[in-house]
Design a protein around this ligand. Structure first.
Ligand code: 13P
Ligand code: SF4
Length: 327
């Protein structure tokens, strides 16, 4: 296929992202995008992409985009034979748990998460032993082995609802200490936390938020609940990546800051060209392992496939399904 034909065919896609991708970079992306769109048809594949994927993935090849909760929910609805999870490993594991019969691919299996790596199944057993009878709520940012030791999962989008749904006076909430503390500030339920942190969100500080308010009077500041509690307290709103996106669409602030991963503001700004974004962001090195060439390669080779030992998967699936049943 000639380069000019590919450029012609992908021109409508470039229109979507021209505000965040310079014209000189587009021909390199266009070749991979064109190949990926053909491979998806050939393989009967869908691409589920997290909100932190770069705009050429998020806006040009993804079939479904969203936060961890939306990706888990949507993974249960697809009829495609193959799911490519453009996100980190725990997200691909969750998609596989919910689709044991489908092929789930991740473009780079080294795409980890500091939260998932902060805790093992043995740690969960020790926490249970220290707090007998107290239910364990595990953030989806965790391995299948940790989910298997848990009673129910949560995401940043439903954590408060999950805590309160259990109708108990105390819960263990793993592994994100800051998410647990931010939820504890909104409920009477006593929360026992683990000391895991997101290496991206823990870097934001309250002093940085105050400086933003001085430098940009009237700016609206949104924070992800993986940020330290003092950052969330200084922000105007805290919510999951999907909640932040909905907030911007609903409130249409003149100027906004998203205290989260860098690609988030790029992706949301494409949808809301009338909103001005101040961008003091942090990159997630794990999310950034996922690139267009790797997505193309994974559809060409059908590698790397996510697999989970069936007995472990059965136990981990129960925790995720319980979460999805809470409305
Ligand atoms: P969301 O569920 O809000 O998309 O968060 C996932 C994540 O990894 C944030 O760092
Ligand atoms: Fe994990 Fe933080 Fe990266 Fe999200 S941003 S995948 S929580 S390290």
């Amino acid at each position: 296929m000639s380069a000019s034909t590919i450029l012609e065919r992908t021109a409508p896609l470039y229109e979507r992202v021209r505000s965040v991708i310079p014209p000189i970079e587009w021909p390199v992306f266009a070749d991979d995008i064109d190949a990926i769109l053909a491979l998806k048809r050939q393989r009967d594949a869908v691409i589920l992409a997290h909100n932190y994927m770069t705009p050429e993935i998020f806006h040009c090849v993804a079939d479904i985009v969203g936060d961890s909760l939306a990706l888990a929910r949507e993974a249960t609805k697809t009829d495609a034979k193959v799911i490519v999870l453009a996100g980190v490993h725990f997200m691909a594991e969750t998609a596989k748990l919910l689709n044991p019969g489908k092929t789930v691919l991740i473009p780079d299996s080294r795409a980890g998460c500091s939260l998932a790596e902060s805790i093992t199944a043995e740690d969960v057993r020790l926490m249970r032993a220290a707090h007998p009878g107290v239910p364990v709520i595990t953030y989806v940012n965790s391995s299948a082995a940790v989910k298997a030791e848990s009673d129910i999962c949560c995401t940043s989008g439903n954590a408060l609802k999950i805590v309160e749904s259990l109708g108990v006076p105390e819960v263990i909430m793993l592994p994100d200490e800051y998410l647990a503390q931010n939820i504890a500030a909104q409920t009477k339920v006593k929360i026992w936390a683990w000391a895991g942190h997101c290496e991206v969100h823990e870097r934001f500080t309250a002093a940085e938020v105050r400086a933003l308010r001085t430098d940009y009077p009237g700016v609206v500041i949104l924070a992800h609940p993986e940020c330290p509690p003092e950052v969330v307290r200084e922000a105007d709103y805290a919510g999951s990546t999907a909640d932040m996106s909905v907030f911007v669409g609903r409130e249409k602030p003149a100027r906004v800051v998203l205290l989260t991963e860098c690609s988030m503001a790029d992706n949301v700004s494409v949808q809301h060209p009338d909103v001005s974004f101040v961008r003091p962001c942090n990159l997630c090195p794990h999310m950034k392992r996922i690139t267009l060439p790797k997505i193309r390669h994974c559809l060409e080779t059908m590698q790397e496939e996510v697999s989970i030992e069936p007995t472990l998967a059965e136990r981990a699936r129960r925790s995720v399904q319980r979460m999805l049943e809470v409305r």
